[in-house]
Design a protein around this ligand. Structure first.
Ligand code: NAD
Length: 320
């Protein structure tokens, strides 16, 4: 019997590449339901499937909008095998800009897709997995779910929420032989920046001049990081396969080690003071001024010690 995989957000990016990778696997052991919010956007996926020679019946597209429980139920009813072995919660939207510049509705919309959408998918598919005492859920996680990235506050809130959601479920699911894994991605070359909720920045004149200046410095920093560290979706989807094949999958997988020093810094100092200072320095390249009290507690120093300037490619605000 083939492994039945259902993936959300397959019109582009990671979802599209994962669907293709599984449907064209030489083992021919996967049946992929590639779902899209808008089926009229399935052209690129279907063309790529043809070009890759996906065998007939290996890939089927279904309409599924994670914001709409009825649309999820309809998609589930179209799974002819009557079960989903691997659910991939991948649909997501970004929101970038000063908090005060986000348009009415943008915040709700991002939380609805990234967080409530993931919950809805799990509510629809988990009960059957628990009943069968088998199944895997892979969730596309983000560096922004592990550390607070400037000018991504609401996106980070949604992705931090995913971490809590999955970690909490993982504990209960130990009893059922069902596994949930978050695939933590750094920057990936996808349509993500073009599909940002609210465009780039939102209504910028709602923010003060200093914030706008910081935002433009963030954008250049982001561009630089993207050039240095962005991964190809093809590389990223191999990590999904690793999680999918592991006999006892872990809760978290990382597609890159590039950001490990920052993540370690964040978690080694529970006060997070050293992370906040280091991230300000990394992104804005100068010392924080007003309100910056330094990180003069022992724990903070121990944490910052893990992180050498060479690892971050920029001098750090080391709390000496
Ligand atoms: P992408 O924009 O190419 O793909 C996201 C997909 O989700 C798109 O196909 C989009 O149409 C779909 N989507 C949006 N709203 C939806 C809805 N309501 N219902 C169903 N589908 C919906 O970008 P991507 O980079 O492939 O993003 C996939 C996931 O990866 C997202 O969860 C994103 O947060 C995460 N991620 C991306 C990056 C990156 O740098 N690209 C980094 C870390 C994490």
């Amino acid at each position: 019997d083939r492994t039945v995989v259902l993936i959300t957000g397959c019109s582009s990016g990671i979802g599209l590449h994962l669907a293709l990778r599984l449907a064209s696997d030489p083992s021919q052991s996967f049946k992929v339901y590639a779902t899209l919010r808008d089926l009229t956007a399935q052209g690129p996926l279907l063309e790529a499937a043809q070009a890759r020679g996906c065998p007939p019946g290996s890939l089927e597209t279904l309409q599924l909008d994670v914001r709409d429980a009825d649309s999820i139920a309809d998609a589930r009813a179209h799974v002819t095998e009557g079960r989903v072995d691997v659910l991939v919660c991948n649909a997501g939207r970004g929101l970038v800009g000063p908090l005060e510049a986000h348009r009415e509705g943008a915040v709700d919309s991002v939380l609805d897709v990234n967080l409530a959408g993931t919950v809805r998918m799990m509510q629809a598919f988990l009960p059957d997995m628990k009943r069968r005492r088998s199944g895997r859920i892979l969730v596309t996680g983000s560096l922004g779910g592990l550390i607070g990235l400037p000018f991504n506050a609401v996106y980070c809130a949604s992705k931090f929420a995913i971490e809590g959601l999955c970690e909490s479920l993982a504990v209960v699911l130990q009893s059922f032989g069902v596994h949930v894994s978050v695939i933590e991605c750094g920057p990936v070359r996808t349509a993500f920046p073009e599909k940002l909720e609210d465009g780039l920045g939102g209504i910028l004149d709602r923010a003060d001049a200093e914030t706008r200046d910081l935002f433009s410095r963030y954008l250049s920093h982001f561009e630089q990081t993207f050039l240095e560290a962005a991964q190809d979706p093809k590389e990223v989807v191999e990590v999904f396969l690793q999680a999918l094949r592991a006999p006892r999958p872990a809760l978290r997988y990382f597609t890159t080690e590039h950001f490990h020093p920052l993540i370690k810094l964040r978690f080694s100092d529970p006060s997070s003071s050293s992370y906040v200072a280091a991230e300000h320095q990394r992104v804005f390249g100068d010392q924080a001024t007003e309100g910056f009290e330094g990180t003069d507690c022992g724990e903070a120093e121990a944490g910052a010690g893990d992180l050498g300037p060479s690892e971050l490619g920029a001098p750090l605000a080391t709390p000496q």
